[in-house]
Design a protein around this ligand. Structure first.
Ligand SMILES: Nc1ncnc2c1ncn2[C@@H]1O[C@H](COP(=O)(O)OP(=O)(O)O)[C@@H](O)[C@H]1O
Ligand SMILES: [Mg+2]
Length: 225
């Protein structure tokens, strides 16, 4: 499904964090949202998922308006969030997490475990026994089992060792190839590059650059708009 965001403002209490964000992610493609700490990246994905209310603007999935809908309805429309910091339950096993998230659809537990075989080996391990990379795989698995059409990933490589971060990026790239639409939040352009060459830079709640990554990184953004 194609995600179209226009003029989105959002914030907390009296403060505004997003000051009119516009972006489009065509179906089956990935867009990376880069930006420094505090730029508003998490606020953006939370606003898409309905966890933060859009104060104005439009967030459409294949033309259907999501802004203003409650989070559970946005989830049912096919939006899944892999939250920053992964948020797995310390006391639940991998199998229990997967059972809780499961909804009927093309992503079955066996298919998810085929994509993420490490989780199969860790089925009986509890959340607090998983490495950072395993917890990230579990967070992705949980999102897939909700049968998303749009996957929002908030800094999935944060805090992971280099090889595990590379594996996570490989999984995300593979998901894009299955036709899923992906919005990937990253702080580092080199993390985004393995998944997509389309990126925007968010600074202080506005998009300041749109372009494509090159081997030289974000300083070499070539404008495509
Ligand atoms: N729950 C919240 N309540 C109030 N302010 C928040 C909350 N979450 C984030 N902020 C503020 O919003 C701004 C953007 O934060 P965030 O979206 O988390 O940025 P990023 O993910 O790019 O690091 C920051 O100034 C942060 O302090
Ligand atoms: Mg964040």
């Amino acid at each position: 499904m194609t995600l179209t965001i226009e003029g989105v403002h959002a914030g907390y209490g009296g403060g505004t964090v997003l000051h009119g964000v516009d972006l489009t992610v065509p179906e089956g493609t990935a867009l990376a949202v880069l930006g420094m700490n505090g730029a508003g990246k998490t606020t953006l994905v939370h606003t898409i998922a309905g966890l933060v209310k859009a104060r104005s603007g439009s967030i459409r999935l294949d033309g259907a308006e999501l802004a203003g809908r409650p989070a559970h309805r946005i989830a049912r429309a096919g939006v899944a969030l892999v939250p920053q910091g992964r948020r797995v339950f310390a006391s639940l096993t991998v199998a229990e997490h997967l059972g809780l998230s499961r909804r009927k659809g093309e992503w079955t537990v066996p298919r998810v475990l085929e994509l993420l075989p490490r989780l199969g080996e860790r089925r009986t391990h509890r959340g607090n026994q998983l490495s950072g990379g395993e917890a990230q795989m579990l967070a992705i698995a949980r999102a897939l089992l909700t049968q998303p059409r749009l996957l929002l990933l908030d800094e999935p490589c944060e805090g992971l060792a280099v090889d595990l971060a590379a594996r996570v990026r490989g999984v995300v790239a593979e998901l894009t190839r299955t036709g899923l639409t992906v919005l990937l939040v990253e702080q580092q352009p080199e993390h985004a590059r393995a998944v997509t060459d389309r990126l925007v830079v968010l600074s202080n709640g506005v998009i300041t650059e749109r372009g494509e990554t090159s081997t030289e990184g974000v300083s070499e953004i070539s404008m495509f708009r």
